[in-house]
Write a protein that binds this ligand. Sequence first.
Ligand code: GDP
Ligand code: IMO
Ligand code: MG
Length: 430
Amino acid sequence: MANVIVVGMQWGDEAKGKVVDYIAQDADFVVRYNGGNNAGHTVVVGDEVYKFHTVPVGALHDNVTAVITDGVVLDPKVFVGEIKGLKERGITADRMKISGNAHVIMPYHRLFDQLEEERKGAKKIGTTGRGIGPCYADKMSRTGIRIADMIDPVRFRDRLRANLELKNEIITKVYGGQPIDEAEVYAEYSQYAAAIAPYVAETYSILYRASFDCANIVFEGAHATLLDIDFGTYPFVTSSHCVAGGATIGTGVAPTMIDRVIGVAKAYTTRVGAGPCPTEQTNEIGDKIRERGNEYGTTTGRPRRCGWFDAAAVRYSAQVNGATCIAVTLLDVLSTFDTVKICTGYTVDGKEIRDFPADAYILEKAEPIYEEMPGWHEDISEIKSFEDLPDNAKSYVARIAELVETPICMVGVGPRRDQSIVLDPEMLSK
Ligand code: GDP
Ligand code: IMO
Ligand code: MG
């Protein structure tokens, strides 16, 4: 195998969890490098459904060491709960490693996330409310609390006190809220610290050595390219580096050690929260996709906004990620449409453009230009080889590859691990 990054190419929920789980069968390490418990990655094995938020999905495999690295923000309460839930289902993630440099999501981060959304009113981002943005903001302003701080009682007390001095001023004087009690937070987080301390390790060093020993590392991207803090539809984005480059920034594994980048794209488009989404269908087409695809958020349960495949957006993603191939997922959801549409470019202010404008203000005005193709009515969910798919489904996938200018390595036809059609195993992992 090799060092492979799995990255979302749209607005999240492309089935990265399922693709990572599939590749992890032959991996040694699965690494979460960005974001926090705003992610929701689903893996279905037989009748068992697992929903991961912070723990890398590789934890399901005995052969895999799951790793959480520097670029992640970790809510210790959620993490401890996730570990407990996995243990109850017979999955021990005892070998997991966590970087001491990962930042800790504190109660005031969750509070500020909610207060800020309320303050923005109609202009809100529609965050997951998990404290992600405020935690990354503290990281960048160099006031954050890291895992290494949290597991050292003296440092933690100092950092917490210094933070609460200012945060409580803002909570009470700007927002008119109740101050956060230092002793309570200290006591609660000391318990999490004790639970997390055994996992803390120099993750950079472990991955560096593993690369030299020719280990197989899968980097599990969270969120997606169009939610990236720099390359997404700012300000309607999350606060981390979701693109493939984030895997090197967030882990310390150098770009020269990366062999492949697998972009994951749904056969259509979904988005949760606010922000432009040119191909969204606020009609019976969108409703049908939502129901067939069970498009409700893994983390918040919110209905996802649904629409046609946007090839201009995914081509942009292929370029900024350097995608070596694409996994097209949830193709089965499009069965039963008489025709299916693909957006090939846009009209903005009367002018045709082919390239995706990442500027949300321009994208808001973009009218999709569609190509219409014949659909298929067959249930494809138990098909095991690409050749056996209906001709119209094959043509649809081939057209995606052409428009995105990237080969397809995998097609998803259902949520289960075994509902994955692999077109070229070498592209996935060699
Ligand atoms: P992630 O955040 O990218 O890992 O994706 P999510 O887990 O949030 O959302 C993907 C959803 O689609 C999950 O409910 C998966 O179980 C489901 N899923 C994954 N692949 C397929 C597929 O090929 N077909 C169908 N119908 N569902 C799929
Ligand atoms: P996975 O990894 C879908 C969206 C939120 C919101 C915006 C900012 O499961 O694909 P945040 O809480 O991060 O500050 O919210 O980003 N968002 C996601 N949408 N899937 C995700 O993760 C997401 N992570 C964040 O809905 O619009
Ligand atoms: Mg998800």
